[in-house]
Each structure stands twice: as C-alpha cells, then as structure tokens.
Ligand binder design. Sequence first.
Ligand code: ASP
Length: 434
Amino acid sequence: MSLTVKVLLGVVLGICLGLVINLSGVNAEGSWINIYLVDGLFLIIGKLFINALKMLVVPLVFFSLICGVCGIGNIDTLGRVGGKAFLLYLMTTAVAIAVAISISVAVGLGEGMTLLSEATFSAKATPPLSEVLINIVPSNPVQAMANGDMLPLIFFTILLGISMLMIGEKAAPFIRAADIANEIMMKMVMMVMAVAPYAVFVLISRSIAELGLDLLSQLAGYVLVLVGALLIHLFVTLMVVLKVFSGLNPLVFLHKMRGAQLFAFSTASSNATIPVTLRAVTQRLGVDNSVASFTVPFGATINMDGTAIMQGVATVFIANLYGVELGMAGYLTVIMMSVLASIGTAGVPGVGLIMLSMVFTQVGLPVEGIGLILGVDRLMDMIRTAVNVSGDAVVSVIVAKSEDSLDVVLYQDIHAGAVDTSSLHIETKQKGPA
Ligand code: ASP
C-alpha cells in the first residue's frame, strides 16, 4: 500500500471514529473519553506530529533556498522568478475570491435567513501593511528563524545565497554543505511522513469529535456554497490556469498532489505542510529546487486562494443575514482587502477568520457576525488549506515550466518520487579487513 493510500485511510477512519465520538455524545466536558482520549492521547499525538512538521520548516527552507539561489546563479533570473510567482499568486487569489462572491451573490446566500448563535468572536488585531513591509527585512535573522517568520527568513536567505555567489569559488564548500544539509532535511521529512497515517487518523478524529455537527445543518447553505466554490477553484480554475500557462496534464498534477493535500487537510496549516509540499513539488512534479525552494514557502505565506474564497462567501452570507447592501464598490473592496490580507498573514490554522475581521471592518460589516460561522470553521479551514497548498504548487509548476526548470519526463511519470519508506534505514558499517 502506498503511503498516500495509508494516509487517506487514516483520514477516512479518523472521520468515522470522530463521528462516532461526536454523535454518541461521549465527548461531553469532563467525561472520561474527553479527558483521556480526545483532549488527552489524541491531543498529545496530534500536537507531537504538527510540532515535528513545524520543526522541519525553518531549516528546510533555509538550506533548500541557499541551494536554490546558488542553483539559479543569476540575480536577474531570481528577480524574474520572484516577479512571476508574485503576480500569479495575486492573480489566482483575486480570481478565487471574485468567483466565490459571484456564486454566493447568484444563489442569494443568507437571504431571508435568521440565525442565532451564542458564539462570540473577538478579533485579534492584524498587522498593518506598512508593518508587514517593514518586517520583510529582519533586524535579527535568528529571531525571524526562531519565530518561523517566513518573509524575513526568505529575504535573509536569498541575500545570503547572493553573497555566496558573489564570493565565488571560496564559498563553494559552504554551498556544498547546504546541499548536503538539504538532503539530510529531506530524509527527515520522509521520517515524519512515515508516521503520518497514524497521526492523521488522530488529528482528524479529534477535529471531527469536537466539531459542532448540529451547526452543520443550520449552516448547510453556507457550507455547501463554500465547499462548492472551493472545489470549483481546485478542479476547474486552477487546472485551467495550469493547462493554459504550462500545457501540462492537470490529472497528473491532481494525482501527485493528493498526499500534500491530505497533509494540509489534516493539519489546517500551509506553513506546517511546507516540507511535504516542497517534497511533492520537487520530487513528484519535477520542479527544480531553484524555483520550488522559493515559490513554496513564499506561497505558503502570501498565497491563500481557499482562504480568500471563504472570505468572499462569508462576506456575502453575513451581509445578507444582516441586510447590509454592499454593492459593487463594497465587493471590490472585499477583493482588494482579502488579497492584501493574505500577503501579511502566515498560513496557520484559523488565520482566515482574523483576516476576515479585517475585511469586515473595512466594509462596515459587524465583526460579531463572524461568531455565526465559528462552529464550522475548523472543518472549512481544513478544506481551504488543501486548496491553498494546491495553488502554491500550481504556480510553482507554471513558473518552473516558463523558466525551463521543470523536468517534464519526471512530471509525466506517475510513479516518480512516491515516498519509499523502505529507504529509511541505516547502512550498517562494513568492517574493513583487520
Ligand atoms: N489555515 C489556512 C492555511 O494555513 C489559513 C486559513 O484559512 O485560516 O493556509
């Protein structure tokens, strides 16, 4: 059985167990199941796994980006790759939210509905754009690494790579060391991936067990439109963009991205999924590390198509519920704000709601309205994160293809780069002759 199939099995069994726990009511606060299983064992194993993934992100991005920059070897090309990726990220996000708003308006989502929810939502402050821009240059790179701040980390590492290129031959041992370190980190990614089926089972069980399933039916309209818009973006918009800009077969892409999508779904974090996305994009889809090492972490931070779709659908839903007429200008503001908000916020669980509060404030919608959709947001977060990482991978492939940095034969080979956990063993040292 391939690892992806095992992870998929983990997801399906996790959903089943989660549903049993949720629907049977054994997960009540203070119950044995709640204390020792859902908030005990499941919580610990799930957190350990997410920590293990996060543990890999900073060193992996650091070393692979050094290799990437030195691999490109040319500052003009570097700028071109960055520019293309940035434009494509903005464009796909804007299209995503425009489609989401159009669908929601067309079906009149939330019109004539009344919803009561006890849940309250207090928004955390989002950093203003000026602060995001200022923080791209870290005053302390070690601190940026310690905090896992992607944009400053990317900036520092690119500058480091460029400086190595400038030094030339003298820096060669350092570049070679980074290359070896990158390979070592990739091996660690495989080790963490090998335990994924079990961890994913636990993560999903816990999420579903804690989900407000009764809310799901109350919010059926919102959930259906949102999931529909997410699927349309993943299977239609992104695949058309991939086909038009690269000419490659979208079915191969979807097949090879399944693993990374399942990781994103289980962790609800594009950031924590970076190691898995990077592996899928380079070793399964054939994107050269010189492009992927930059586009993947960059995308995880600034490109959130799924999150933008949620914002579009939620805005129309809540505006209609509260009877607020947003109009064309209002919706354009929503599109602009969502795109800008996605640049400054990292891909971590639940950040979409914080971005949504920023959008609501801007267009004058009541921020408390977000409380209405809070109960189903975890599940929606899981789905939209899978869409987010798919968008990152599509753009990586397109940019690589346009730069002649894509191994088309590898892309087309359906088995290429599949995780082989049997390679996870240590060669026993051969004793030399006495
Ligand atoms: N969890 C999402 C991500 O990491 C962001 C969000 O929509 O909340 O990509």
